[in-house]
Every structure is written in C-alpha cells, then in structure tokens.
Design a protein around this ligand. Structure first.
Ligand SMILES: C[S@@+](CC[C@H](N)C(=O)[O-])C[C@H]1O[C@@H](n2cnc3c(N)ncnc32)[C@H](O)[C@@H]1O
Length: 446
C-alpha cells in the first residue's frame, strides 16, 4: 500500500508537462505556444516530446467529444477544471492514442492524484474504466443514437455544430471531408523571401501550387535561410493569396498591407514588390504585432526597405487613392486554420462574428479608399464562413460605385477547383492548404 501511494505521487515528466500545457490552454493560452514552452522547460527526450505534443494537440482537438464521453461515463456534467483536464488527457490516451489501457489508466490516476489531490484518485479510476469500455468509434455510435444528422456529423468529426453548419452551407455533402481534414496536423510549409533565398534552400518538397514554398517536417529553425530571415513559415494558401495580388493587372505605384501582423504576407509581398522596384507599406494596429512584422522583414536590404507602421487601418495614416495594390487580410474567426490551431474550434463562437464582421467591412472600405484609380484590392480571410467572406464583399461593394469585382480564380490558373463565383476558396481537403478566401476588387479609374 505505501508503495502504491508513492507511485501515485510521481507521474511521469511527459504527462506532467502535457497537463501543465493543457491547464494553460484551458485558461486561454494557445496550444502550440504553450506546448513549445513546456517542452523548452522540461527538456524531454525527442520521443517523449512527440508524445507530449500529440497528447496536448489531440486532447484539445477532440475536447468536445471527450467531454461528452466523460459526461456519459460519469453521469456528471461538470468537473473542477484541473480534474477535467486530467480526465481529458486520460480519455485521449485511451481512445485517441496507442497507449495500452492499463498504462493510460494508471498514469492518469497518478497524474490526477499528484496534480489535483489524492482525493480524486478513486473517481479518476472509476470514470476512466468506464471510458475504456468502448473504443472511440464505439462511443461515437453510442452517443449518436437519436441525434439529427448534422449533430451526428458534428460528433463524428469533432466540431461544434455551428462550424459544421458553416461548412455544410458551403460544401453540402463535401463538408465531411473538409471537417475531417481539420483533424490532421499538416506538415509545416516554408516560404522564401523572393530575391533573398531559393526554394531548394528550404530542404523540403516543393509546394504543389506556390512557386515560393516547400513542405518540410521538423523544426523550421533547422533551415539556415529561416534562421537568417531569408525564408519563413507560411501556409501555402497564404502564399497563393499574396501571389494572386502580385499577378493582378495594376498600375505602377506603392503597395499596402493593411493588416500585416505577424508579417507572413508582407514578407512575401515585399520580395515581389522589390522585383518591380516598388515599396511596400505594412500597417498593423497592435504595436507588438507591428514588431513581429518588422522582424519578418528584417533580411531585406536597402533600397526599397519596407515601411512598418503601428496604425489602425480604419483611421488611415496615408493619403487616399495612393496605392497600386492593397491587401486587407482581415482579422477573422480563423475557421480556415483549424488543423493548425487545435484548441480554436472550441473557443470560437458565432458571437465572434458580431464583432468581426463590422470591422471586416470597415477595413475593406479603408482598403478601397487607399487604392489608386485602377488599383487592385485583395480581400482575404483565413475563414470560409460566408458572413466573413462573400457577404462582406457584397455589403461593401453594394455601398459604393467605384468598385468592380475581378475574377480572382483567373489569377491562380494552375490551381484547380478554387472558384466560388468570382472568388477563390481554398480548402484543406482539396488543396492541402488552409481554407483561405480571396476576393479581388478593382478601384475604377476616374
Ligand atoms: C489575419 S491577421 C493578418 C495576417 C498577416 N497578413 C500575415 O499574413 O501574417 C489580421 C491582423 O489584423 C490586425 N488588425 C486588427 N484590427 C486592425 C485594424 N483596425 N487595423 C490594422 N490592423 C488590424 C490584427 O492585430 C492581426 O494582426
């Protein structure tokens, strides 16, 4: 008996690190940043670090499903948050990883006893034994009984219902494949700063459509060009959006990135602007994010060094009708990047749209005001949600008489199945990219 008590109070370092990260995520932190932080502190062997990453990311991604299973297994709707996080980690080991049941159970009881208190050891053991009685498909079948088809789809693909509705609205029966793709962590995409590095320096497999990128597993900082700021990390979808803006027919003149932080698109656009001897102005409302933009652009030498401004894009610090090319890559729900942000689907809600949509409209209006006659504006979101995409474009263009909607898919001719009317809509399950939306608009020449 004394031995058992001693063992319970010594959970292994990997699960302890995962618990620390998950607690922070439950209180608002980002899973990727928090996992990197705990791994930096814990200095675990590579294999254990991979275990921690999968444990945290997988638990976050399936959180809603695990909570329903824990409720069904325990008959309780709520647990104290630290115990709930320990149980979620146990559920993921039992149902989502190849950890033998006895090991997952014993290790989670140890963890809960050490981190929450010896008093929860019995409850943890009892609940997880019931969880272990079925595998994940068995639980999904069990909990799906009597659900309407879209609630069952939400359960099966581990998404909240409103996100399922938004996908079904756009894709109909294709929604399931798109939702399933959100559950697969992508291999990181790297991108060159044009003129400063070549794609073969990225040491990966060239991206399918973008001529600037490569897919490469592992730590991006191992690539010298990334360390030196001559390349960076950027999803291929974002590369394509920047490329489309650069390909559009537009007059000569300066370029503007209206919502630039943390600087991925500004960094690619700067290289493309410099090839034409043009200057890019990068604006970002939050000063600390404006600093990230400056950091992303640090490797570009004189002349035509991009200008970074901490400025509110809805209160322009520049003269109207100035820029030949403008991008408004507006703040959004991020529903297009769920595969890279495991916790995000459970944190966002439809209420976010009420705050975001008016800002998105205001920023698109500012972008159009900033464009010179004949200039082009790219309106981009990392969300496919209709309220943030085509409906924003429709509302803003309906309120003005100086704008023409361009054929955005024509600017990415090598990329199949992008068209959603005159707009580009990329998808993880079709293109292997984030679900980026792009509208291209022209400010009519006076
Ligand atoms: C989707 S992110 C842009 C991503 C960036 N274009 C990139 O590729 O790295 C939107 C950015 O807009 C910024 N933002 C929010 N409101 C803004 C405003 N009124 N004016 C300018 N930037 C704003 C946010 O702080 C955020 O950094």
């Amino acid at each position: 008996m004394p031995n058992r008590t001693l063992r319970r109070r010594r959970p292994d370092a990997a699960r302890r690190a995962a618990f620390t990260a998950l607690r922070a995520v439950s209180e608002g932190a980002y899973a990727n940043l928090e996992t990197a932080k705990v791994l930096g502190e814990a200095r675990l062997p590579v294999r254990d670090a991979a275990f921690v990453t999968e444990l945290v990311f997988g638990t976050c991604r399936l959180q809603g499903t695990y909570d329903r299973i824990l409720t069904a297994a325990s008959g309780r709707d709520t647990f104290d948050p630290p115990l709930r996080d320990a149980l979620r980690l146990g559920a993921h080991q039992l149902l989502g990883m190849r950890v033998p049941s006895h090991a997952a159970l014993a290790a989670t009881v140890d963890l809960a006893a050490a981190e929450v208190g010896e008093r929860v050891a019995g409850l943890t053991n009892a609940v997880l034994r019931k969880v272990a009685a079925r595998d994940l498909p068995g639980w999904i079948d069990h909990l799906s009984a009597g659900l309407d088809p879209l609630d069952a789809l939400a359960l099966r693909t581990h998404h909240p219902r409103w996100i399922v509705d938004a996908h079904v609205d756009l894709l109909g029966e294709g929604a399931e494949a798109a939702l399933a793709a959100n559950n697969v962590t992508p291999v990181p995409h790297l991108v060159v700063r044009p003129g400063l590095a070549r794609v073969d320096e990225l040491d990966g497999e060239p991206t399918t459509y973008s001529p600037f990128g490569a897919r490469r597993a592992g730590n991006p900082a191992d690539v010298p060009a990334v360390r030196e700021g001559r390349a960076g990390v950027q999803d291929e979808g974002s590369q394509l959006v920047a490329w489309a803006l650069a390909q559009a027919d537009a007059p000569a003149g300066p370029w503007l990135d209206l919502c630039a932080g943390p600087g991925g698109k500004a960094a690619l656009l700067t290289g493309l602007a410099r090839e034409r001897d043009e200057l890019l102005l990068a604006a970002e409302r939050l000063p600390h994010r404006a600093q990230l933009v400056a950091q992303a652009l640090r490797a570009y030498p004189e002349p035509n060094v991009p200008v970074v401004l901490a400025a509110d894009g809805t209160r322009p610090a520049w003269r109207p009708a100035t820029f030949a090319r403008v991008i408004a890559d507006v703040p959004c729900t991020g529903l297009g990047a769920l595969r890279r942000r495991p916790e995000s689907r459970w944190r966002r809600s439809p209420a976010d749209l009420a705050d975001l949509v008016p800002l998105q409209r205001a920023l698109l209006g500012s972008a159009l005001d900033a464009a010179a006659p004949g200039g082009v504006v790219a309106y981009a979101t990392c969300s496919p949600h209709r309220a943030e995409t085509s409906e924003v474009v429709a509302a803003v263009t309906a309120s003005r008489e100086d704008v023409t909607i361009l054929d955005a898919p024509a600017l990415l001719p090598g990329v199949a199945h992008t068209a959603s009317g005159p707009f580009v809509q990329l998808w993880p399950h079709r293109h292997g990219t984030d679900a980026m939306f792009l509208a291209m608009l022209r400010k009519d020449a006076r």
